[in-house]
Design a protein. Structure first.
Length: 686
């Protein structure tokens, strides 16, 4: 009997599929040996033979090509533009230490906050001078690459990161989390940088100034084929979003796990006991700096224990458990000729030094940052002084210190302006705050775009379709000067904008109309008062019940509100004192923006969960911030660690060590159903 031809073909196809999968697995393994372990098992010729075989089989069977195949690193057609990626876990910056003493002060703060007198274990590694990147893996496959951007929103460079050989398209092993977001640095080795510039010179093209610029420029190419031609590499240094609570209990062990997944980590990573060991490591890396094949500008120290990291938490945009100990920067002497005041997008009024031009590290420096008035007074800087200027890599030059013995008799003190140099609104600097700010947030041209983008954002007025690029167009063309102008836009004005047809224009007008119905808390958050986030806005709305009551409250009255101290009270009162802000709010109300006015909220001790402490752990079905806000609205306190003072631990999937500790301490454990019941009937908890 003759075998069926269809079954032959099916068997042949299965054999091809198996061979392709085996080749991919083998090539990924040898990539790991070569790029991560720096210990190849086979010669380049054998690697090339395996790759050619895979390319040949995929060419014959294109239906078997997958995005994570080693052959798919080089992108196709150039992208029209980069999309935006919102980081679910912000990519925060690090605080800096510029001296041994500052590092000792950091260590002392850490030990004080942790309540320990003994040495703290720190994970240490060189601080790479490259471009921060986020890599998202789902089920072990690379699905997205994004730049750091402003820490909250970056650019989608997925097509480009796929071309970097050291970034695995599929993770090794099989025990990875469902979602793993890896944080790291893309950089260009010195050897590759030299080759790149030599080739550019040969072709008569412009050369790059330094490896960091070369890496950043290469990663942000619209044509991934250009990125693929550049000698880029990657080291992982941490993680962002995880579908599990943790990879391990320490940073160093977590990095070892990432390495096992096939992700390169710094070979210089070490765990050190105590600050003096950290200082020795810093000196060793400074001495070794020039022998490395990549640029570094310091050393990063992180508290190794993750429970300790969680206890230390964050301040502003930086973690309390990590610091970058920078290497000494180059300095030069010059004269401070004048000071100008600049207003940033968030209203920060910043002094900028105008200098007698001087060369620092091969670059002519004419301007330098003076940071803020506290720094000016601390260093006793005056106009006319001879000053030391420091420049570290691409960081903005700064004035380090003054030569007092060269101070001229006519040296002038630097004064903080009382009025914003851009809009004339009051400039305030609350006691205990370093930065002075313009209070004309809804009106000031310097803050205009940022204020409108924030006003339209999802958690504020939620104006769907009003993205950053559209806001830029509206402001640049003079159609919108403040948030109230949004509600006066016409279809004719909108259809005259780039990439805005009639349907898109009508959709935006509909979204603007929908946004008019809001809540007092959302409105307070939307108008962008400094230090008034969503939680504070909700607290204000509950406490006062009406906008008029908040507008009329003085600083003393505001400080009676839970969790509002003198700094926040000063910002709120200062904001509502400005006639420009009052005018914009009046016009918003006249345009139809409205909300239900309510009664003032009960006192904190009257709330049903007052005095109760909660800890959230595991993968929950809703964002933790949302659950946290609901609990806080009922008077509860939400903390990051389990202790004897904890009343409830709310657990999701894969809860980890916090769940175990709660059981040991006999703390009440709630699943999500139990939490829902508690939120619906908080008074029934007894």
């Amino acid at each position: 009997m003759t075998p069926h031809k269809g079954s032959d073909r099916a068997g042949e196809a299965a054999d091809v599929r198996q061979r392709i999968e085996a080749l991919r697995k083998l090539i990924n393994y040898h990539n790991y040996r070569y790029y991560v372990l720096d210990d190849p098992e086979i010669p380049d010729s054998e690697y090339d033979r395996l790759m050619r075989e895979l390319e040949r089989l995929e060419a014959v069977h294109p239906e078997l090509i997958t995005p994570d195949s080693p052959t798919q690193r080089v992108g196709a057609e150039p992208l029209k533009e980069f999309g935006e990626v919102r980081h679910k876990v912000p990519m925060l910056s690090l605080a800096n230490a510029f001296s041994d003493e500052e590092l000792r002060e950091f260590d002392a703060r850490v030990r004080k906050l942790l309540g320990t007198k003994g040495p703290v274990a720190y994970a240490a590694e060189p601080k790479l001078d490259g471009l921060a990147i986020s890599l998202r893996y789902e089920k072990g496959v690379l699905v997205q690459g994004a730049t750091r951007g402003d820490g909250y929103r970056g650019e989608d460079v997925t097509a480009n990161v796929r071309t970097i050989d050291t970034i695995p398209l599929r993770l090794l092993g099989g025990e990875w989390p469902e979602v793993l977001e890896v944080r790291g640095e893309v950089f260009m080795p010195r050897s590759g940088f030299c080759r790149l510039n030599e080739e550019a010179r040969r072709r008569g093209e412009k050369t790059f100034a330094n490896p960091r610029n070369a890496a950043a420029g290469s990663l942000r190419q619209l044509d991934p084929r250009i990125t693929a031609s550049r000698p880029l590499t990657f080291f992982a240094y941490g993680w962002g979003e995880l579908s599990v609570e943790r990879l391990a209990d320490t940073h160093s062990e977590s990095m070892r796990i990432l390495r096992d997944y096939g992700l390169p980590v710094s070979p210089e990573l070490q765990v050190l006991e105590g600050v003096e060991a950290c200082l020795s490591y810093h000196r060793a890396m400074l001495e070794k700096r020039e022998r490395l094949d990549y640029e570094i500008d310091g050393v990063v120290f992180k508290v190794d224990d993750l429970d300790a990291q969680e206890k230390l938490g964050y301040v502003s945009r930086a973690p309390r458990w990590a610091i970058a100990h920078k290497f000494p920067a180059e300095e030069a002497l010059t004269v401070l000729r004048d000071v100008e005041w600049q207003v940033g997008r968030t209203g920060a009024v910043t002094p900028v030094a105008r200098l007698e031009p001087v060369e620092v590290g091969g670059v002519v420096v004419k301007n330098a940052t003076l940071h803020n008035m506290d720094e000016i007074e601390k260093k006793d800087i005056r106009i006319g002084d001879t000053v030391y200027v420091r420049r570290a890599g691409d960081v903005i030059p700064e004035i380090v210190r003054v030569l007092l013995d060269r101070r001229p008799a006519d040296a002038r003190r630097i004064r903080l302006p009382k009025k914003c140099p851009v809009c004339g609104s009051e400039v305030i600097k609350p006691e205990g705050e370093a930065i002075a700010r313009c209070t004309g947030g809804l009106f000031c041209p310097a803050q205009r775009k940022e204020a409108i983008k924030h006003f339209a954002s999802r958690r504020a007025m939620d104006i769907e379709g009003l993205g950053d690029k559209l806001v830029d167009q509206l402001v640049d063309k003079g159609l919108v000067h403040d948030p109230a102008d949004l509600y006066a836009l016409t279809k004719e004005q909108l259809t005259g904008l780039e990439r805005m047809g009639e349907k898109s224009a009508q959709n935006l007008l509909d979204a603007l109309e929908r946004s008019k119905e809001t809540t007092l808390a959302r409105f307070l958050y939307a108008i962008g008062i400094r230090e008034v986030g969503e939680a504070t806005a909700q607290t204000l709305a509950r406490h006062f019940g009406s906008l008029q009551a908040i507008e009329q409250a003085d600083e003393e009255t505001l400080q009676q509100v839970p969790d509002i101290g003198p700094v926040v009270a000063a910002y709120i009162a200062g904001f509502f004192r400005q006639p420009h802000n009052q005018e914009v709010i009046r016009r918003l109300r006249e345009a139809g923006v409205h909300w239900p006015e309510g009664e003032p909220a009960p006192k904190p001790e009257e709330l049903p969960l007052h005095g109760r402490s909660f800890v959230l752990t595991g993968a929950l079905s809703r964002p933790r911030e949302e659950i946290k806000a609901e609990l806080q609205a009922l008077g509860a306190k939400v903390t990051g660690s389990v202790s004897k003072k904890t009343d409830y631990v709310v657990v999701g999937e894969n809860p980890g060590s916090k769940y175990d500790k709660a059981r040991q301490l006999g703390i009440t454990i709630l699943d999500e159903a139990g939490l829902k019941k508690l939120l619906e009937e908080p008074d029934g908890r007894h």
